[in-house]
Design a protein. Structure first.
Ligand code: SF4
Ligand code: SF4
Ligand code: SF4
Ligand code: FES
Ligand code: FES
Lengths: 161, 562
């Protein structure tokens, strides 16, 4: 069972959108943004409110990579493994990040919920390959050492805040 | 209207909705894996691709015919392309054909053979997912799914349920219930329509062949079967017979050969349902409500009503469905040592329906904690058993069903068609010069092609407003209108499966338009050939009120849910 605060938040988001099928994606976006993930328990609740089946809601939510059913870290690092980035050595970058953070292809998020490391296929920044994104910010021409430095910077930023 | 050229030959078209239909009309069986004329168009499989004069390739299911257009259906490029599509499907498919339930009846397998796929260059895919045996009616095997979406559309478009849908994306994409829960935990009503359209073994019937076969071999168990109306017009085709032919006589003979001690006719049970339900209707009618009385024969519909429209559950007739009627009465009959010969009794229903497998388990249909029917075998399972035993079906001499439950009226036999229950019930209210009255009723609108049919029946100078609906999405819309006060009826028949049980989830699949029509006519013709037309004139059904029921109608013939 989800804490009731989740439903209060959901109600707040739902009230901003017409109760129609086409509101599903905007609603999911807001939920994803609020929590950094979409708690699956909310899907039947949302579906009922906008008059669609929970199966449809699940179908849509599981389709888009933007929506995650797992809680994610505060900093979501998306390492591009598209063709351009792959040939320019994106994998060593990914491996360094995982090694530093004790993550793997099964475990994406650190236990302190600070970092999530994922791969994506093409960020649309091929000329800057190999690229990665931290939340909404693109970091071009990455190397493993730059990745280590990036984590240090983010930790410092976190310590200040 | 217009003319197009198909492979160089001129072909006329009129109102065909797409080029594919024109091609098929021209006698070319273009391969498809995602097209069903009654479902929305999905355009996923691309097998129906054709080429126009400029060499443009496009899906013929998704484009309208245009006057003067010229297309080719089997250029070397198209042939290569189709073969590659099947190879790709097979590469991500758990292709253990020799041991697959669908072996021999699989559209993917057939097409691989037909299109000359003789190797798959990408290795063998091991199964990755668990099969879902949670439903008594259907089994899901996601490793066999080719993502054609047919089941998704039938469950959503026609049944309005949407128990399963696409989830995830890319190589992870699957057709599953929400949250990957088991199908039994969804709103699935067990109608089996998804299984009928599934081209592969990804959705199949949850079979009960084994326990029945073991009982048949046990000399201490007396096994009896009852055969539903719709079974008799669907089985013959599986043995190479004409579509829609009534082969009840051969079915009885085959079941006797398989070792069933007695073979009864569910048409008898249907007559009992009508006797009770028409009494119930007259009571409600005289009382002035609650309207409409809703039929109770279809368990998928009953479950749907419980899930979605609890407010209408009290309107559902309490009369047992035909299988339960016969099952319950037979229990009384076999309680007598003269009839059970000191043996255990096993009661088997042979049904066109996967939902009946779930109905027999319902608590409100048990008496003294015991089911009225032990097992339901679908038409498909019966055919499998006959084939497995090596019985030459076509060579069998017809046999009559066994007494005392082997005789049914014409009203009982048309139960398998949408509208049949309503027609049979209203027949019992026909008076005057009966042949004419029955004919008038036949033409009143109770029969016909639409998923929803509304008509008025005159009863002793009063009007009975009736509706017949098949397909649960259509039924849902009807209930919504009744709820809103926009429509009013005294009596409504609902069948979950479009066209009724003749197109049930347990019937042989791949039934196109001709098969559907032939099954329907098969049952109407059986009615024509039956001397007794009205359920309330079936002497064997009337007789048991004195011998077996003896005033215990409520206990023996009605559900106890309310
Ligand atoms: S059995 Fe009927 S309700 Fe259940 S998933 Fe299949 S089509 Fe949908
Ligand atoms: S389960 Fe069958 S009908 Fe449904 S998408 Fe898969 S292959 Fe198609
Ligand atoms: S319409 Fe007939 S075959 Fe279909 S679910 Fe209902 S009872 Fe079964
Ligand atoms: S491949 Fe990495 S940004 Fe395009
Ligand atoms: S039948 Fe046309 S794309 Fe599948």
């Amino acid at each position: 069972m989800l804490d009731s605060s989740f439903y209060t938040k959901a109600d707040e988001i739902l009230s901003k959108h017409p109760a129609q099928e086409r509101s599903l994606i905007p609603i999911l976006h807001e939920i994803q943004e609020s929590y950094n993930y979409v708690p699956v328990e909310l899907l039947p609740y949302i579906a009922k409110h906008i008059g669609i089946s929970e199966t449809k809601a699940y179908s849509v939510a599981s389709f888009y990579e933007r929506f995650s059913f797992e809680p994610k870290g505060k900093y979501i690092i998306r390492v591009c493994d598209g063709t351009a980035c792959h040939v320019r050595q994106s994998l060593p970058v990914l491996e360094r990040l995982r090694a530093e953070l004790n993550l793997s292809d099964k475990k994406h998020t650190t236990d302190d919920m600070l970092f999530t490391v994922e791969t994506v296929s093409c960020l649309g920044a091929c000329s800057l390959a190999p690229a990665l994104m931290v939340n909404d910010h693109v970091h071009p021409a990455m190397t493993p050492d730059k990745a280590t430095k990036l984590l240090q910077d983010l930790r410092e930023e976190e310590a200040k805040s | 209207m217009g003319t197009m050229k198909i492979d160089g030959y001129p072909v006329e078209f009129t109102d065909e909705p797409n080029i594919l239909s024109v091609i098929r009309k021209a006698g070319i069986d273009l391969p498809t894996l995602c097209y069903h004329s009654e479902l929305s168009i999905y355009g996923a499989c691309r097998l129906c691709n054709v080429e126009d004069e400029k060499g443009r390739m496009f899906a013929s299911c998704s484009e309208r015919p245009r006057d003067g257009m010229s297309i080719k259906t089997s250029t070397p490029r198209l042939v290569r392309y189709r073969r590659m599509l099947i190879e790709l499907m097979l590469a991500s498919h758990h292709r253990d054909c020799t041991t697959c339930v669908k072996n021999g009846d699989c559209e993917l397998q057939n097409l691989a053979h037909r299109l000359g796929v003789n190797s798959v260059p990408w290795g063998y895919r091991q199964p990755k997912h668990k099969k879902d045996f949670s439903s008594p009616s259907i089994v899901r095997d996601p490793d066999k799914c080719i993502l054609c979406g047919d089941c998704v559309r039938v469950c959503d478009d026609i049944q309005g349920i949407n128990a399963i849908d696409f989830a995830n994306r890319g190589t992870e994409a699957m057709v599953i219930p929400a949250f990957n829960k088991s199908i039994a935990d969804t709103d699935c009503v067990n109608c089996g329509q998804c299984r009928v359209v599934c081209p592969t073994g990804a959705i199949s019937i949850n079979t009960n062949i084994r326990p029945v076969w073991e009982a048949l071999a046990d000399p201490n168990i007396k096994v009896f079967a009852q055969v539903a109306p719709a079974v008799r017009v669907a089985a013959g085709q599986a043995f190479g017979g004409p579509k829609g032919e009534n082969v009840m006589g051969k079915i009885v003979a085959a079941l006797h050969r398989l070792g069933f001690d007695e073979v009864y006719d569910t048409t008898f049970g249907a007559d009992m349902t009508i006797l009770e339900e028409s009494k119930e209707f007259l009571e409600v009618y005289k009382k002035g409500g609650p309207f409409p009385l809703l039929t109770s024969c279809c368990p998928a519909w009953v479950k749907f009503c419980e899930n979605r429209w609890p407010e209408f559950v009290p309107n559902i007739s309490t009369s047992y469905s035909p299988i339960q009627m016969l099952g319950s009465i037979a229990r009384e009959y076999y309680a007598d040592p003269a009839h059970n010969e000191g043996k255990k009794i096993l009661s088997v229903g042979i049904m066109p329906c996967t939902a009946k497998k779930a109905e027999i388990l319902r608590e409100d249909l048990k008496r003294d904690g015991k089911q009225n029917i032990d097992y339901v075998l679908t038409t498909e399972e019966m055919i499998t058993m006959i084939k497995r035993a090596g019985i030459d079906f076509n060579e069998l001499e017809s046999e009559a069903a066994d007494m005392p439950f082997g005789m049914g009226s014409g009203g009982g036999v048309i139960f398998g068609n949408s509208g049949g229950v309503m027609e049979a019930a209203l027949r019992t209210l026909c008076e005057g010069s009966e042949r004419l009255e029955i004919e008038k009723l036949r033409q009143s609108g109770v029969r016909g092609p639409g998923a929803l049919r509304e008509f008025v029946f005159n009863y002793k100078g009063n009007e009975i407003k009736a509706a017949v609906v098949s397909g649960l999405a259509e039924a849902n819309a009807l209930l919504q209108r009744i709820h809103n006060g926009e429509s009013f009826y005294h009596f409504v028949e609902v069948m979950a499966c479009r066209r009724g049980c003749i197109m049930g989830g347990g019937q042989p699949a791949h039934g196109g338009y001709k098969t559907k029509e032939a099954r329907k006519h098969g049952l109407y013709e059986s009615d024509v050939n039956t001397q007794i037309k009205k359920s309330n004139e079936n002497p064997t059904a009337l007789a048991i009120y004195d011998t077996l029921i003896k005033g215990r109608e409520h206990e023996l013939l009605h559900s106890h849910k309310h």
